[in-house]
Design a protein around this ligand. Structure first.
Ligand code: DGT
Ligand code: CA
Ligand code: CA
Ligand code: ZN
Length: 585
């Protein structure tokens, strides 16, 4: 850990101690320690190594021990225990502007307030205003702070954020002063949600660029307008940061502000092991005072090459083993959007979709796909007009007729999104399910089961002979609803054993199964299918969001079922339904 990270933690310790009502001298010692550390000229690593922290910087024994532990291990037991001993609701109140540790402690002690919700109520009913040292103005200010936090503190779906970001990046690239421009941060790493947008520009003339940025259409508030950094907030509450750096720093800054933080830490350590220091300003020998001898690079690829690494795509920069893999030349060849040759799990007007079978087929053909598949809801999802056995077989006939008509070059597979009932059985007759090309089994009802029950239920559905794919594994809705609890490892093992595909639901609100599970699951042999879960033709575009998830999960085309050709898919489906093949031939 570096000086400023350690200083942050010392300040946090001071705040936590203050909330707990500890001795003011002790609190001040941590605050002073943080300040001293930040302004320390000498190299922290050297001072620690030579045992000179006390002598040179004048820290007391307790601080020396803590700074050393943080510097050497990156964590501090004392700090972890302290954090655990303070109610989390009190800590989150610190995020409200104007609320410091003292006030939080007073309200906790006098009114028993331990969460933001309780604080809101106490502000509204006058309890806070009546408290000694608070008053009406303070209570009102706190309320506004809470409301802003709700409106602006939110994260945003990557899909929505990307729509906002596209024209900004285009606009930046068109400014004459701009030499290089890119998006960065979680947006570039394609996380499923983003906190704010980040842009990096290389230029010698920042002012007109900053002026354009803060003057954009849709900007509701300018929160910073400087020479090197500006920040704005749009109507939706989404915020954006722009950093303008000299062109020679562009790729260093781009790499730094793309993150993730964990990736950056590992990269810096790797540089240090080579006697170099890496930052947003450059890559220089550790002993150099400034960056006049920094390496000169013309791409991010070169930055990685300077550290003897293969190029690491932004999606993989999560500090989860990508550097080790890049060192050995073992990074995967990530799935490309062009590799997708068709899609399964889509709805039509037969259940709750907005487009007819023909309209969807026309759209799939326009996408250049070789095939697409219907998967309307089954009868247990009655609110979605789910199909019973009879209607399923009727739809199957329509699909066979459409394929036979030769009207479209895109083949239509007949499937169903069959509900998994509470006990893990499927919602339709086995004979109906086996007559279809494929079955997506999903949970939409009885979602509040225990982890154990839900896991058993999913495994039972996976073991059903007709099941081809498992739909949206946890049922989560990003930023709205947690998924149901399920033992992912057990479900993955069962899917592999039964040759069942686990979908990546590409609806930008779902993106389930989560990218974090895919690397390990695919290594064990799990296949996925990127399923748009389209409820209208335009939703076919969601497939790109699913490709992002696959890429973040280290997947290649070989792990993804819908990269297969039409003939290969037919063959794979026939394997599960040998009786049907006999029937058809
Ligand atoms: P977000 O906005 O919460 O979705 O996530 P990011 O990753 O976009 O985070 P953000 O916007 O705070 O910062 C962008 C990148 O800048 C981040 O991924 C890594 C880098 N960065 C920012 N602050 C720090 C820091 O204090 N230390 C390190 N090592 N890197 C930082
Ligand atoms: Ca960000
Ligand atoms: Ca940011
Ligand atoms: Zn569903």
């Amino acid at each position: 850990m570096n000086k400023s990270d350690i200083a942050d933690i010392l300040n946090e310790i001071a705040t936590l101690l203050e909330i707990k009502g500890e001795n003011p001298f002790k609190i001040r010692a941590y605050q002073n320690g943080a300040r001293k550390l930040e302004t320390l000229d000498a190299d922290l690593g050297e001072l620690v190594a030579e045992g000179k922290l006390k002598e040179v910087a004048g820290f007391g024994d307790a601080l020396v021990q803590k700074i050393t532990e943080l510097h050497e291990t990156g964590s501090l037991e004392f700090f972890e225990k302290l954090k655990a001993s303070v109610e989390p609701g009190l800590v989150s109140m610190l995020e409200i502007p104007g609320l410091g540790a003292k006030k939080i402690k007073a309200m906790h002690k006098e009114l028993g307030i331990a969460s933001i919700e309780e604080l809101k109520t106490a502000c509204e009913n006058g309890e806070v205003a009546a408290l000694k040292g608070f008053g009406k103005k303070t209570a009102e200010k706190i309320l506004v702070g809470i409301e802003n936090r709700e409106a602006y503190g939110m994260r945003h779906l990557w899909w929505d954020a990307n729509e906002v970001a596209k024209p900004i990046l285009e606009g930046l690239k068109q400014l004459p002063e701009v030499e290089e421009a890119s998006h960065a941060g979680s947006l570039r790493r394609k996380r499923d949600t983003v906190g704010d947008l980040d842009f990096i520009v290389g230029s010698r003339d920042a002012k007109p660029i900053m002026d354009w940025f803060v003057g954009q259409e849709g900007v509701k508030e300018v929160t910073a307008h400087g020479e090197t950094k500006s920040s704005v907030r749009f109507d939706s509450g989404l915020q954006a940061d722009l950093r303008v750096v000299p062109p020679e720093q562009f790729y260093f800054a781009l790499h730094h502000f793309t993150g993730s933080k964990d990736h950056n830490v590992a990269m810096r350590q790797r540089a240090l092991a080579r006697g170099m220091s890496l930052s947003e300003w450059g890559l220089k020998p550790v002993d150099d005072e400034d960056f006049s001898n920094s390496k000169v690079i013309a791409s991010e690829e070169e930055l990685f090459r300077c550290l003897d690494l293969e190029y690491i795509l932004p999606e993989l920069r999560e500090g989860s083993g990508e550097i080790e893999a890049a060192e050995k030349g073992k990074l995967p060849e990530l799935l490309k959007p062009e590799a997708i040759r068709g899609v399964f799990h889509n709805h039509t007007t037969a259940s709750d979709g907005r487009c007819s079978l023909e309209e969807m087929t026309e759209a799939a053909q326009a996408k250049g796909w070789e095939y697409w598949g219907t998967a309307d809801h089954s009868k247990a999802s009655f609110q979605a007009n789910g199909l019973d056995d009879e209607r399923v077989l009727e739809q199957l006939k329509q699909i066979e007729a459409l394929n036979a008509s030769g009207k479209f070059s895109t083949h239509v597979f007949a499937g169903i999104e069959c509900d998994i009932l509470g006990d893990g059985s499927l919602d339709l007759e086995e004979s109906t399910l086996m007559a279809l090309d494929y079955v997506v089994a999903s949970v939409h009802i009885s979602m509040s089961q225990s982890e154990d029950e839900m896991t058993k239920r999913l495994i039972r559905a996976i073991e059903h002979p007709a099941t081809t794919m498992l739909g949206h594994l946890t049922g989560r809705i990003l930023l709205k609803r947690e998924g149901y609890k399920v033992d992912v490892a057990k479900v993955v093992d069962a899917a592999i054993a039964n040759d069942v595909i686990v979908e990546i639901n590409a609806n930008p609100r779902r993106l389930d199964m989560d990218w974090r599970f895919w690397r390990r699951a695919a290594e064990k042999g799990l296949m996925t299918s990127i399923n748009p879960d389209a409820h209208r033709a335009e939703h076919f575009d969601f497939v790109d969001a699913g490709v992002n998830v696959a890429r973040k999960g280290w997947l290649s085309a070989a792990n993804v079922f819908n990269t297969l050709s039409l003939a290969e898919v037919k063959e794979a489906f026939a394997k599960k339904r040998p009786a049907l093949e006999r029937l058809k031939s």
